[in-house]
Design a protein around this ligand. Structure first.
Ligand code: GCW
Length: 702
């Protein structure tokens, strides 16, 4: 009897405890029996014919998902005949009844004769349609009168992993790499498949498995076998593998004397290497390259330019269906220059010189994944070169896996910015999706936030950033709110009040973080090296543009980087319409103010406060808002799994403490320049600047 009780208890416990591993693909039994029955009536069988691996995956995912949600076994049959009440999967090139065409990976879900049809022009389209149908159920939408056509707006939707051979992840905060290189190719961790499922469910169709600071090893036969083993697992989920390239590989791996991209031997080496890659990975996606950036070698080492390097690789890929994504993240150590301008200066003159298989991959902003950046001036300035948007999901500058920052609003803010490249409405999104300049190929990349932690992303809420990236790469017109809402319902709870509370909290989280770390557009003042915590006082570093005083320029007059004509004139890289918005302190939106202006502490702002008072107010209200976040989270306790609840609550408590750390560090440090009191009703920090400074050393273990 006692044993039975324990067994029962264990069962109940394991049925409820949730370690976050299943992400948004939980498929727990729907609680409402009536709703369950309605769904079950429409899902009595799944019909699919043929043995295409992706279609088999699609049917299997649908079966597993439905069985979990409605609690009934659902057979997969090959031919529906005249049966009704089921779901029919098919590849179909027939035009849709509503006239909307499907592109290669698009899908259409419709209801006819009491069946649900999921059609795609390709097998991958069917797979995406399956996940879309499951999402309908998970978010408790009706499924009997569906007429959904959806096409991805961007073609290459990729995760970029900054994962190293030794299992570490550059800027990774969720454990070590998912890829166990030492076990591959023989042993396949079951997690590889779950990784592919998660990606396919949000429309991601490619993954760059190694760090852009690339090891030459990935160009060896031994490693290609390992990569091929991963590719085999990912293939049935419609996911292709890509590799980051170490540019001098022809020398280090190939034993050549040079890696000069115009050298015939080097070109032949790459052509052979590509041939070898395709012999083991027939659907290999292509290369990602970081060159002549932060010490990584590149074509400039041989007096050549980025186009020479990229075009050489593109030519090697010419016989195959692969592309080159060449990164524009470059900047030189010039004390008089402005790092903001570097990428534009190097790449803009090369527009029109790239091979048609080359895409240039541009970070969302000109500096480096700060909590807020103006859109990168290259967007809109390269009409003849497809530009890939690079977002960072891992929270390098956004509080690692400790601070809650839902990034969709950040992504959307960039995507919706107007470049005015072809007049009003020339948004960054339209540049990226190709519609503005007629790009033939298009892409969006997200630097992954995944790792070996059981819940994949360290902070449970970080899963939402992975999810949001995939959804937006598919359709950038989705709102941050819709995406948050979906994710919460699929991952945390369907209880309407809790869904609303959590969605709200997520939507405000980025602004809260910006307030207590980088208000009014101040940027790059975080802890040196690790990029965690505040260190605005940093004025010694190997390069001038790694010093934080370089960015904030605080002095007795004011604070901020003058990037107008009286300063670095980085503004001149934008169209006149954009310049106009940002060029005066009066017109520049406050969130971007210190990005473009050196503003006097005493300057009266639109808010009615002086700059100093506004600056301090933001730090204080930002830090206070974390308390609000904690209170909001406390309210959803009854609706959320206890393990997840505690995990998030614990991280919020750390965040709260660290928000005050940021606040104290920044107001005390900048007060030395402003020489003004902390405005009422705020109380001056209880500690001294010296005390706060010591905290950074502790965190950085210096
Ligand atoms: O954000 C910075 C990081 C580097 C990174 C680099 C890049 C992979 O601090 O760690 O290197 O950007 O994007 O290349």
């Amino acid at each position: 009897m006692k044993k039975l009780l324990i067994a029962l208890l264990l069962l109940t416990y394991s049925a409820h405890a949730d370690d976050g591993y299943r992400l948004w693909l939980k498929y727990d039994l729907i609680k409402d029996a009536a709703r369950r029955d309605t769904y079950a009536r429409s899902a009595q069988f799944i019909a699919v014919s043929g043995n295409n691996p992706i279609l088999t995956t699609a049917a299997g995912e649908l079966q597993a998902g439905l069985q979990g949600l409605v609690g009934k076994a659902i057979p997969i049959i090959t031919n529906a005949g005249n049966r009704t009440g089921g779901i029919i999967l098919s590849v179909s090139t027939a035009p849709n009844a509503d006239g909307q065409a499907l592109n290669n990976e698009g899908y259409r879900i419709s209801n006819r004769q009491n069946n649900i049809f999921i059609a795609g022009k390709t097998e991958a389209g069917v797979l995406y349609g399956v996940f879309a149908l499951l999402r309908q159920l998970q978010t408790q939408q009706p499924i009997t009168s569906l007429n959904l056509t959806s096409n991805p707006k961007v073609q290459y939707r990729l995760l970029n992993h900054w994962d190293n051979v030794n299992g570490t992840i550059e800027r990774g905060y969720a454990g070590s790499s998912l890829w166990k290189w030492y076990e591959l190719p023989e042993r396949l961790d079951p997690r590889y498949r779950d990784y592919a499922r998660a990606n396919a469910s949000i429309g991601i169709n490619g993954t760059v498995v190694n760090n852009v600071n690339a090891s030459p090893r990935f160009m060896t036969g031994e490693y290609l076998q390992k990569v091929a083993a991963l590719a085999n697992v990912f293939r049935p989920y419609g996911i292709r593998v890509y590799l980051s390239v170490y540019f001098p590989a022809p020398r280090t791996v190939g034993g050549l004397k040079t890696a000069d991209p115009l050298d015939p031997e080097v070109r032949a080496w790459w052509a052979n290497k590509v041939k070898e890659i395709y012999s083991v990975i027939p659907d290999f996606g292509g290369f990602l390259v970081k060159a002549n950036s932060e010490g990584e070698p590149g074509p400039q080492d041989y007096g050549r330019n980025h186009a020479d390097g990229a075009n050489m690789l593109a030519e090697a890929l010419a016989p195959y269906d692969g592309v080159v994504m060449w990164r524009s993240f470059v900047y030189k150590a010039d004390p008089k220059g402005d790092r903001f301008k570097a990428a534009y200066e190097e790449f803009k003159p090369l527009d029109g010189q790239f091979n048609k298989k080359v895409l240039v991959q541009v970070k969302n902003g000109p500096i480096d994944f700060q909590v807020r950046e103006p859109f990168h001036p290259l967007f809109g300035a390269m009409p003849q070169t497809p530009l890939v948007m690079e977002f960072q999901l891992t929270q390098e500058y956004l509080g690692f896996a400790t601070h809650m920052v839902y990034e969709a609003p950040l992504f959307k803010e960039t995507l919706e910015s107007d470049t005015y490249a072809n007049g009003k409405g020339s948004t960054v999104a339209k540049v990226v999706d190709g519609s503005l300049h007629g790009y033939q190929i298009t892409g969006m990349a997200g630097v992954a936030n995944t790792g070996s932690d059981r819940n994949w992303t360290g902070h449970t809420m970080g899963q939402a950033n992975w999810y949001a990236f995939g959804r937006l790469a598919w359709d950038h017109t989705l709102s941050s709110e819709v995406i948050a809402n979906e994710w919460v319902q699929m991952t945390l709870t369907n209880e309407p009040k809790a869904v609303k509370t959590i969605t709200d909290l997520m939507l405000r989280s980025r602004e809260v973080y910006a307030s207590y770390t980088n208000p009014l557009g101040v940027h790059h003042i975080m802890g040196y090296g690790i990029h965690y915590g505040p260190e605005p006082w940093l004025d010694k570093a190997p390069r001038p543009d790694w010093r934080h005083t370089y960015y904030h320029r605080a002095d007795s007059v004011g604070i901020g980087f003058d990037r107008t004509a009286t300063g670095s004139n980085a503004l001149s890289q934008y169209t006149p319409e954009v310049q106009k918005q940002w060029s005066t302190m009066e017109t520049c939106p406050l969130p971007y103010l210190l990005w473009f202006h050196h503003v006097p502490w005493t300057k009266q702002l639109r808010t009615g406060r002086t700059l100093w008072d506004e600056f301090v107010t933001r730090y204080y209200t930002g830090a206070d808002s974390v308390r609000w976040m904690q209170q909001q989270w406390a309210q959803v306790k009854p609706a959320v799994d206890p393990e997840i609840f505690e995990d998030v609550a614990g991280r919020l408590a750390v965040q709260q403490k660290e928000a005050i750390w940021w606040r104290d560090a920044c107001v005390l440090y900048f007060q030395q320049f402003a020489r003004r009191p902390i405005p009422a009703p705020f109380k001056k920090p209880e500690r001294t600047l010296e005390e706060v400074k010591r905290l950074v050393d502790i965190y950085q273990m210096r």
